[in-house]
Write a protein that binds this ligand. Structure first.
Ligand SMILES: Cc1cc2nc3c(=O)[nH]c(=O)nc-3n(C[C@H](O)[C@H](O)[C@H](O)COP(=O)(O)OP(=O)(O)OC[C@H]3O[C@@H](n4cnc5c(N)ncnc54)[C@H](O)[C@@H]3O)c2cc1C
Length: 354
């Protein structure tokens, strides 16, 4: 006899862990997480872990704001540790994007994010080591920072398992069993598992997996580089977390005396309109996915897992409606245009960005 589950979650990165936890919280009984390696060894385990709310569109900012409440209250909401460290967060942009920064801070304040516009002089007072001569304004979030992506994922998985979720590691999903528009289950390296619903939380592997169903999405994996630098003797004090939109680099403190630097215009799993794909996979009534997170999917994972769990269980009043992020938007000429985005990339790619 085949094994059966109500929901099979493929992938035990931070998004799969969050989804499994929230499904259990919403009362789904048999949730099975399948991971081809071990938990948190995909993008999650390499993530820089920045936790901030400065987004240039309301839906992702709302997901980040809702997730921030988890990071701040982790022990009470999830239990265990997520390693959240409050450093304060600065976002600068090139002078040509100053009006967009102003509009975005107003939008963020409107949804309840604690953020302010500050002048270069105020930035200098807050963070004397930041070069502020080439900007006109900066956005400041006094209580943002970074968290530990591996600890976050493992504690979500622990909390999920306490609610009956099963995690199976070293089990690879190799394909889907289908009947018409229904997914009947998954073919794994250890045999067939029947499933009421299947959710792909497979990060940069999702495109390959969905191609097995003939589905092709404009999402591409791109290398993103991170370095750890030792600060000079006169700069030993910890500093703020900082995204520098002039040089297109970010920084956060790491172990004492060390700074993590990430950079380049290149990010992991970029989607054509630079927004994540969350929700039902078109063509199948019981298949869902989370992917194309554009290098920013750690900080939103708590709320994304909740929002997708609400969709799967058919919650009538979701906390954050995510339908605008549905994967089907690529087949419906409904991709998202972000008028206040800072990227110089064209909003619509039909080929992998170079
Ligand atoms: C260097 C770097 C820095 C980043 N910095 C930040 C940051 O500062 N802040 C932020 O918010 N985001 C950041 N991100 C992005 C963030 O880390 C990712 O968006 C997020 O971790 C994605 O999580 P996930 O669970 O969707 O995917 P993943 O963590 O990639 O997990 C997918 C899992 O699925 C498993 N899997 C794949 N295929 C199969 C299969 N067929 N069968 C079974 N299992 C399978 C994989 O083994 C993997 O464990 C960064 C990413 C990188 C790479």
């Amino acid at each position: 006899m085949h094994e059966t589950a109500d929901v099979v979650v493929i992938g035990a990165g931070v998004n799969g862990a969050s989804l499994a936890y929230h499904l259990a919280l919403l009362g789904v009984r048999r949730v099975l997480v399948l991971e081809k390696k071990v938990a948190a060894t995909g993008a999650t385990g390499l993530s820089s872990g920045l936790v901030r709310m400065h987004y240039t569109n309301e839906v992702e900012a709302s997901l980040a704001l809702s997730s921030y409440a988890y990071f701040r209250n982790w022990a009470d909401m999830i239990g265990g540790e997520c390693g959240f460290t409050e450093t304060g967060f600065i976002r600068t942009v090139a002078p040509r994007n100053t009006e967009k920064l102003r509009a975005n801070v107003a939008m963020l304040q409107g949804i309840g994010v604690e953020t302010y516009l500050i002048t270069p002089g105020e930035l200098h007072d807050l963070a004397p080591n930041i070069w502020a001569e080439d900007i006109l304004l900066a956005a400041y979030e006094p209580h943002s920072g970074y968290a530990d992506p591996t600890a976050t994922t493992l504690s979500l998985l622990d909390a999920a398992r306490q609610r009956g979720v099963q995690l199976r590691q070293h089990v690879e999903v190799q394909g889907f069993l289908t009947k018409g528009e229904r997914i009947l289950g998954v073919q794994t390296s250890e045999g067939v598992i029947e499933a009421g619903t299947v959710a792909c939380a497979t990060g940069g592997w999702t495109m390959e997996l969905l191609q097995k169903l003939g589905l092709k999405f404009p999402v591409w994996n791109i290398r993103h580089q991170v370095a750890i630098l030792r600060r000079p003797g006169e700069a030993q004090a910890d500093h703020m977390t900082y995204i520098d939109g002039v040089l297109d680099v970010y920084y956060r403190p790491d172990s004492p005396g060390l700074t993590l630097v990430g950079g380049g215009a290149m990010i992991f799993a970029v989607s054509a309109d630079l927004h994540p794909l969350l929700g039902p996979v078109p063509g199948y009534e019981n298949l869902y996915a989370i992917f194309g997170c554009n290098g920013t999917g750690f900080k939103t994972a708590p709320a994304v897992g909740k929002a997708l769990a609400e969709q799967i269980t058919g919650a009538s009043e979701p906390e954050i409606p995510i339908t605008s992020l549905r994967p089907a938007r690529y087949f419906e000429q409904a991709t998202i245009h972000d008028p206040n985005g800072y990227s110089d990339r064209p909003q619509e790619h039909t080929e992998p960005p170079q």
